[in-house]
Design a protein around this ligand. Sequence first.
Ligand code: FEO
Length: 400
Amino acid sequence: MYCVRKLRDDLYWVGGNDRRLALFEGVYPVPRGVSYNAYVVLDEQTVLLDTVDKSVSEQFFENLDHVLDGRKLDYLIVNHMEPDHCATMDELVRRHPEVKLVVNAKTLTMIQNYFTFDAPGRAQVVKEGDTLTTGRHTFTFLMAPMVHWPEVMVTYDTTAKTLFSADAFGTFGALGGGVFADEVDFPRDWLDEARRYYTNIVGKYGISVQGLLKKAAAVELDMVCPLHGPVWRKDIGWFVEKYRRWSTYTPEENGVVIAYASVYGHTANAADILAMQLAEKGIRPVAVYDVSVTHPSVLVAEAFRYSHLVLASTTYNAGIFVTMENLLMDLKAHALQGRTVGLIQNGSWAPTAGKLMGEVLGQMKDMQVLEPTVSVTSAVKDDQLTQLGALADAIAASMG
Ligand code: FEO
């Protein structure tokens, strides 16, 4: 049965929710599922904006058939060619052989790479600023390369002041009936997943996101329709401000995230002691994570959120413990920058993790490593208590 939502007089959500997917992109846990949003505008000509992942194709086609109600589909606007949004395109073309594909040149190449149907024969190729009028509505196309793939564009409905924003302003999490962000408690229930989505999916491409924000700032926004998660029609500026911070690698708040990798509990002990010392100094919030049982995507998001990061790792195979090394590589890959970092190393006979973590941080932009690096030899002793106190002082001083 169809499951659609009317967003406005002639705008419909026709996507689907997947709550069985374990790993988005084969990497990111999505315990609350994910939505694949697609939208239909019923104008004098009919317009579909993006399709969906294969996992929800049956629901999507039922939704589309219901909304079209026998009308032919005139246009598919393709904002993004990642298969979570385009995997059903060939089936769509089979069902709607009359449909024209509104694409940019890069998108057209990608369609031909993925599919064998005659894409050029049905393509209307657009570039920055081009428009499409379908009756009452005029759509303007704005290129948004690397948010999150090179072909990405966004579509602005100048009539309805609605931005179809592709992956931008999306979030992990299946929709639970509330399609609009103002129908849920977004700051309480969705922001963490929105941050984890942003930082892990497009965190690396901050400059590209800033370019898109500039274009979005130049138009009036009554509604933002992303490809994942809730649609925005209220407090859009609040979410745009989050994007401004994330894309400029500006912490959302002062705070310390302590991530430790510990084999027998002594490095964890050092991390816990530091957390207590920070709390005693009045520093809030302090969040402590064991990197061996916490998915790196959570820690990437936390590192984007807070101003300070403490990495505590035991030495393993004369290197950084594997789960900590993995986290560091992830932070570097996602271009985290401008953070203040404390280091704790442990090693029963030859501690090297601190130096090696410092080398990776040195390859990242504007990472300030505080003194001292706390060095534990097997277990925390009085001497390390003093060092941990000194690191807590340094963190407090750097927070002003
Ligand atoms: Fe949701 Fe980049 O695809």
